[in-house]
Write a protein that binds this ligand. Structure first.
Ligand code: NAD
Length: 285
């Protein structure tokens, strides 16, 4: 029988846990955690993401600051803001909302973020630490997926996990995380050059879909009883994912709704990473 991995409900629960911890620490005289965000230009989806991050920060008692910069901002102007945030001892973590305008070199910007404040987990240092199973900030979306699997007690050990998508922010890190000790999946990564995709995805006990194509995954691609995690978000007259839930859900043991699945956990992971940085900065165990 189909069961939902309810990201909305779980995110409310974890936010309450964070808010309680913040209340206790501020009552002891500590400053609140501080998460900053930088956004360049007017991309609608990015504005929504940043507004949601700001709202969630306030909900858990964090200080939140947003640096809104115009589309024509130069790379150097953006680097200045990043260096400022890197050196501000009152900022525990910050994110630079992607995508950036075309005239700015995204990787150069990411490489400038201090790994100690990189709560999105996008810098090469954090990705390297993650791959080596060292202490790291894990990228927010894969971390959210891991939280869903863990908190719902989904058995992962020895399971075949197929990930569709190999992006730096979702597909590649989630494939790595689930293959490592703790999750112990056997992982297959599929991408735009994969041949016989349905044949491979039908072998998945756990299917993670991060492809960016609306309702791409159909019933013929899913094994009966699979756990299906839909990372996709497509905004139209209603929000849909990368999975055609109207035909796939009847096959699943567990699935994530869209909206209300992976999305809310992504923001919560950002808050958790900021909390981790904050405690390190204030030397709180
Ligand atoms: P991306 O465009 O960077 O990567 C898509 C991946 O899909 C690529 O690696 C590509 O090789 C693969 N792909 C494309 N066509 C394919 C095909 N026909 N067959 C197999 N593989 C194919 O996307 P992304 O940044 O990883 O995001 C994926 C989706 O997840 C998007 O809808 C995005 O909006 C959404 N997203 C959601 C969250 C969240 O919080 N829920 C966070 C990030 C991204």
């Amino acid at each position: 029988m189909l069961q939902l991995l309810d990201g909305k409900a779980l995110s409310l629960q974890i936010k309450e846990e964070i808010a309680n911890e913040v209340r206790q620490l501020t009552a002891q005289g500590h400053r609140p955690p501080h998460l900053a965000a930088v956004i360049v230009g007017n991309d609608g989806a990015s504005q929504t993401y940043v507004a949601n991050k700001e709202k969630s920060s306030h909900e858990v008692g964090f200080t939140s600051s947003v640096y809104r910069m115009p589309e024509h901002t130069t790379e150097n102007e953006l680097l200045e803001v990043i260096n400022f945030l890197n050196s501000d001892p009152e900022v525990d973590g910050f994110i630079v909302q992607l995508p950036l305008p075309k005239h700015i070199n995204e990787q150069k910007i990411i490489n400038t973020i201090s790994p100690d404040k990189d709560v999105d987990g996008f810098t090469p240092i954090n990705i390297g630490r993650m791959v080596l199973s060292e202490d790291a900030f894990i990228p927010a979306t894969p971390m959210g997926i891991c939280t869903l699997l863990k908190r719902y007690g989904i058995e992962t050990s020895g399971k075949h996990c197929v990930v569709i998508g190999r992006s730096n922010i979702v597909g590649t890190p989630i494939a790595n995380l689930l293959s490592r000790k703790g999750f112990d999946c056997t992982v297959t990564i599929c991408h735009s050059r994969t041949t016989n995709l349905p044949e491979i995805t039908r072998q998945a006990d756990i299917l993670i879909v991060a492809i960016g194509k609306p309702e791409f995954v159909t019933a013929d691609m899913v094994k009966e009883g699979a756990v299906v995690i839909d990372v996709g978000i497509h905004r139209g007259y209603r929000i849909i994912g990368d999975v055609k839930h109207s035909e796939v859900d009847r096959l699943c043991s567990w699935t994530t709704p869209v909206p209300g699945g992976v999305g809310p956990l992504t923001i919560v992971s950002l808050l958790e990473n900021t909390m981790k940085s904050y405690k390190k900065n204030l030397q709180i165990k």
